[in-house]
Write a protein that binds this ligand. Structure first.
Ligand code: AMP
Ligand code: ZN
Ligand code: FE
Ligand code: FE
Length: 286
């Protein structure tokens, strides 16, 4: 028997991935995974479909989400595993974040139009059909479809990324509150791609240490495409020193979208077992 293969961070078309929850689960099976964490941005809406498919496919599905947080105004992504899907403070916060996502689309369209790339809200909502969380990748896909750019990547690099001319911010949950909300809902919090993209600036080792020791952060995503070998080594050592979980994932968004294949990075069975123990202890959803 080969080793268990565990990928704890992936997106479906319920947020900005390109495949249905069912198709992501089936793709995970084909990729030889034993465990998949489905972590759509700011929504739990894809999990019941994914659980049903996973059961039939004999794949272990870990339900989760990727919460849009900020620290000192800088976006930081926080993975939450095993949270209960029920009315309460986390559900209210997710609603607030999703409303903020919808609210900024008109401004994106206005900016892109002013920049010579006319786009309408209607086109973006057609592109995001079925999504519970709408976002920049949907706008990027419209830009590709209209021939303004060749790929999602180019749309971000030249126009949509946080430091590019068409960028419009939105509401993000304060990070410390996000950690508390996930725990309160029975879940386990893991800093997503801690040193990827912009978040490194606000997450030096001293801050991560405080997030763990004072605010109850449970883990750090270490093996991620946004981290080079040097960062991975340092983050793994930090997680070990702090006694928290370290995870690995593909951050899959669908084939050909944000170049990563299911299972390209994985989580150890030991780390996964620790996640399950915490969820069990907190009364979260397995
Ligand atoms: P939004 O949720 O609308 O703020 O868009 C953020 C999402 O877009 C992230 O979760 C990624 O999936 C993707 N994204 C953000 N920045 C980039 C980037 N520089 N390059 C490619 N994709 C990105
Ligand atoms: Zn995404
Ligand atoms: Fe992320
Ligand atoms: Fe992600």
């Amino acid at each position: 028997m080969g080793a268990m293969r565990i990928d704890l961070h992936a997106h479906s078309a319920i947020s900005d991935g390109t495949e249905s929850p069912t198709d992501v689960v089936l793709a995970a099976r084909r990729a030889g995974l034993d465990v998949l964490g489905l972590t759509d941005h700011d929504t739990l809406a894809g999990l019941s479909e994914a659980r049903d498919t996973a059961k039939a496919a004999a794949l272990d599905l870990l339900g989760g989400l990727e919460l849009s947080c900020h620290l000192s105004g800088i976006p930081v992504h926080l993975l939450g595993y095993g949270v209960r899907d029920e009315p309460g403070e986390l559900a209210d916060e997710l609603h607030r974040i999703r409303e903020g996502r919808i609210g900024r689309i008109a401004e994106f369209c206005a900016r892109l139009t002013a920049l010579g790339m006319p786009i309408t809200e209607a086109e973006v909502s057609v592109q995001a059909a079925g999504a519970s969380s709408i976002g920049r990748p949907h706008i990027a896909d419209v830009m590709v479809a209209k021939g303004y750019v060749a790929t999602r990547r180019q749309a971000f690099d030249e126009w949509l990324a946080d430091d590019q001319p068409a960028f419009v911010p939105r509401y993000y949950c304060p990070l410390i509150q996000g950690i508390a909300l996930i725990k309160q809902a029975g879940g386990v919090s893991v800093l997503a791609h801690a040193w990827g993209r912009g978040s490194r600036a606000v997450l030096p080792e001293s801050v991560i240490t405080e997030l763990v020791q004072v605010h109850g952060l449970d883990g750090i995503e270490v093996d991620h495409q946004d981290h080079d070998e040097h960062d991975r080594t340092a983050l793994r050592a930090l997680a070990d020193r702090l006694g928290v979980i370290n995870t690995g994932s593909s951050d899959y968004h669908g084939l050909g979208k944000i170049a990563s294949e299911l299972g390209c990075n994985t989580t150890t069975p030991t780390a996964y077992a620790s996640v399950l123990v915490l969820i069990g202890r907190r009364g979260g959803h397995r």
